[in-house]
Ligand binder design. Structure first.
Ligand SMILES: C[S@@+](CC[C@H](N)C(=O)[O-])C[C@H]1O[C@@H](n2cnc3c(N)ncnc32)[C@H](O)[C@@H]1O
Length: 214
C-alpha cells in the first residue's frame, strides 16, 4: 500500500481527465477576456519586482513560468534581460497563443511538467497554483525541474481571505504555513510574506509570496 499517495489523496481532490478538460476549456474561453486576463503587466508592480529580485541576475539563465497564461510576467523578464531563456507552460493552448515568440512555450499540466530534473535555474508561478487541484504534486514538480541552489517563487491568495472573490469550484487558496510546509520538503530555504500590488501600499492580506531556494 502506498500510504503517502493514500494520504495525499485523502487531503486533496484528484485532477481527473474530466476535471482537467473542464479547467482547460474554462481558461481557453477566458483567454478572450483581455480585461480580466491581460497579456501585459506594468513592470513597476511589486509582484513583478519581487519575483525578479528573488530570481537574481537572469543573463544566460533558464527560467520557467508555471501556469504562465498569456505570459505577462515572462514578457517583462525577457524584455529586461534579452539573454535570459524564459519558458512558459500552461494547460490552455489558447492562453499560450498570446505569449511572445521569444518565449518558449509548452502546453501541459503543472502537475506533470514535461521537463527533465534540474532543467531550470529558477521557476515561478503567479496565481496559477490555486488552479492545480493536486497542489502537493504541482509544488513537487516545480521543485524537481529546478537545479539545486535554484530559486522558486509562488504568488497566490491567502486561504484566510477565502470568499473575497468569486472562484471556480476547483480553486484553492493557501495559508502561509501550508505552502511553506510543502516547499520545505524539497527546498533548503523557504520564506513567505504578504504583498500588495504596490511596494508602498500596506498589504491587505489577500496576496502571499512564497520564496524558496532549492
Ligand atoms: C489566473 S491565470 C494566471 C496566469 C499567469 N500566471 C498570470 O499571472 O498572468 C491561471 C493560469 O493557470 C493555468 N492553469 C490552470 N491549471 C493549470 C495546470 N494544471 N497546469 C498548467 N497551467 C494551469 C490557466 O490556464 C491560466 O492560464
Amino acid at each position: 500500500m502506498n500510504w503517502r499517495r493514500l494520504f495525499r489523496r485523502s487531503a486533496e481532490a484528484d485532477l481527473t481527465p474530466e476535471l482537467r478538460a473542464r479547467i482547460q476549456a474554462s481558461f481557453d474561453e477566458a483567454s478572450r477576456n483581455e480585461e480580466h486576463f491581460p497579456s501585459t503587466i506594468d513592470p513597476r508592480i511589486y509582484h513583478v519586482k519581487v519575483i525578479r529580485e528573488h530570481l537574481g541576475p537572469l543573463r544566460g539563465k533558464r527560467v520557467l513560468d508555471v501556469g504562465c497564461g498569456k505570459g505577462r510576467f515572462a514578457r517583462v523578464f525577457r524584455e529586461q534581460e534579452p539573454e535570459a531563456e524564459i519558458w512558459g507552460l500552461d494547460i490552455s493552448e489558447e492562453m499560450l497563443r498570446f505569449v511572445p515568440p521569444e518565449i518558449q512555450t509548452r502546453a501541459g499540466t503543472m502537475t506533470k511538467l514535461p521537463f527533465a530534473d534540474a532543467f531550470f535555474d529558477g521557476a515561478y508561478a503567479t496565481e496559477s497554483l490555486e488552479h492545480a487541484v493536486e497542489i502537493e504534486q504541482a509544488v513537487a514538480e516545480m521543485c524537481r525541474v529546478v537545479k539545486p541552489g535554484g530559486r522558486i517563487a509562488i504568488i497566490d491568495k491567502n486561504a484566510e481571505q477565502w470568499g473575497r472573490l468569486e472562484t471556480p469550484e476547483w480553486e484553492r487558496w493557501f495559508t502561509r504555513k501550508e505552502l511553506e510546509r510543502m516547499l520545505k520538503r524539497h527546498c533548503r530555504e523557504v520564506a513567505s510574506r504578504f504583498i500588495s500590488y504596490w511596494e508602498d501600499v500596506e498589504p491587505d492580506g489577500l496576496f502571499i509570496i512564497w520564496l524558496a531556494v532549492k
